[in-house]
Design a binder for this molecule. Structure first.
Ligand SMILES: NC(=O)c1ccc[n+]([C@@H]2O[C@H](COP(=O)([O-])OP(=O)(O)OC[C@H]3O[C@@H](n4cnc5c(N)ncnc54)[C@H](O)[C@@H]3O)[C@@H](O)[C@H]2O)c1
Length: 346
């Protein structure tokens, strides 16, 4: 069976979505939509897609679709997801699902009321090394996890591809933080408390471009998440996320060269988990590109009824809550109990 899909938003990251969709035999992207009509036309030409729209309502009125892939920036997500959920059975929304918890909650409720599946394009948990780390922790390779440090630091000029990142008031936590909170939930378990400090390191950037967050997990494990877009590190690790995870019996370490080490009492074993460079991509982006392909392949499994959405819109509410609560923590210099933070908003 071939699933018919369309993409809304033909900007920087959508190009990766489209290349990856083109690799999947069970999917046909039949239409593209962007409010910038030139951009929509160019994207359709480059990816050889027949139908082009500048308006999402127009697209949804004229196309019979199994799924919609929303790849716009977050201020448009709620309207687009609510519209798409009323017309097709599966909607994918890029992260951040929304800029506010109220919007995200409304989107989840709207999808559920319409009987549509809402997924969030949260691809970091689909990166090859993180699938393997999650598998090993679940298999008991380190014993009960007690501590994790997950780190994303670099000094690459992201603003060339994503100029809006320089202008947004809430930047690092809402851009990269969401991925890191999701990884902490995937690898360790659910979170009870968060405290956070933010920094603005690059004077040309409006929002915070660095943060350090401390998570208290259910059962007592601790995670430190640290992120910076303004670090001098050689060799440049971008866009790798590194990790150090300790359990009662052993530890796992992932470095920026895709090297996963398993530290045990009797020594260290290691494996290289670098994914192949896709024909349509180039280093250093291949780890991220491979995770987009893995996520989209998972979407096909969901469409086929072979898998539960990972992550669903509902699951992603907690991830968004952690990022938003981190701003409150940083502002007030307080530790936030996340269930109470959410309860006050539901
Ligand atoms: N998961 C990841 O690894 C990853 C990486 C980069 C970006 N992103 C996310 O992807 C999203 C898009 O980022 P980007 O850098 O591609 O942005 P972008 O600005 O390059 O592209 C967004 C596009 O959406 C279009 N658009 C906006 N509102 C629209 C609407 N209502 N209808 C139709 N088109 C509309 C814009 O014209 C633009 O072409 C963001 O939410 C960003 O956080 C995720």
């Amino acid at each position: 069976m071939t699933f018919r899909g369309a993409i809304i938003g033909c900007g920087f990251f959508a190009q990766n979505h489209l290349r990856a969709w083109a690799e999947l035999a069970d999917v046909a992207i039949v239409a593209v939509c962007d409010s910038d009509a030139d951009r929509a036309r160019t994207t359709a030409r480059v990816h050889n897609i027949g139908r082009v729209y500048a308006d999402a309502a127009d697209l949804l009125e004229h196309e019979q679709l199994d799924f919609i892939d929303v790849a716009t920036t977050p201020e448009s997500h709620r309207d687009l997801v609510e519209l798409a959920a009323s017309r097709c059975r599966l909607v994918i929304c890029q992260k951040p699902i929304a800029n506010t918890y109220a919007d995200a909650l409304a989107m989840v409720a709207a999808a559920e009321a319409a009987g549509a599946t809402l997924m969030v394009h949260e691809n970091f948990r689909w990166q090859k090394p993180y699938r393997e780390i999650a598998r090993r922790i679940a298999a008991g390779d380190i014993g009960t996890p007690r501590f994790a440090r997950i780190s994303f630091r670099h000094g690459v000029d992201n603003y060339v591809n994503q100029p809006y990142l320089k202008r947004i008031e809430r930047f690092a936590l809402m851009d990269m933080g969401l991925h890191l909170f999701d990884l902490a939930r995937q690898l360790i378990n659910e979170v009870e408390t968060v405290s956070c400090r933010t920094q603005r390191r690059n004077p040309e950037v409006r929002g915070e471009d660095a943060f350090t967050a401390l998570l208290g997990h259910v059962g007592g494990a601790t995670t430190v998440l640290d992120c910076s877009y303004h670090s001098v590190i050689r060799p440049e690790p971008f866009p790798q996320t590194t990790a150090w995870i300790e359990g009662d019996d052993a530890s796992l370490s992932l470095t920026a060269d895709y090297r996963l080490q398993w530290h045990r009492h009797d020594g260290v074993r290691e494996v290289l988990l670098e994914p192949p460079v896709p024909v349509w991509g180039a280093p250093p982006w291949h780890g991220v590109m491979d995770s987009v392909r893995a996520f989209e392949s998972h979407v096909v499994d969901v469409l086929n009824g072979r898998a539960e959405p990972e992550p669903s819109g509902r699951h992603n509410l907690m991830t968004l809550a952690l990022a938003l609560a981190s701003y409150d923590s940083a502002e007030r210099d307080e530790t936030i109990a996340i269930d109470a933070w959410i309860e006050a908003r539901e």
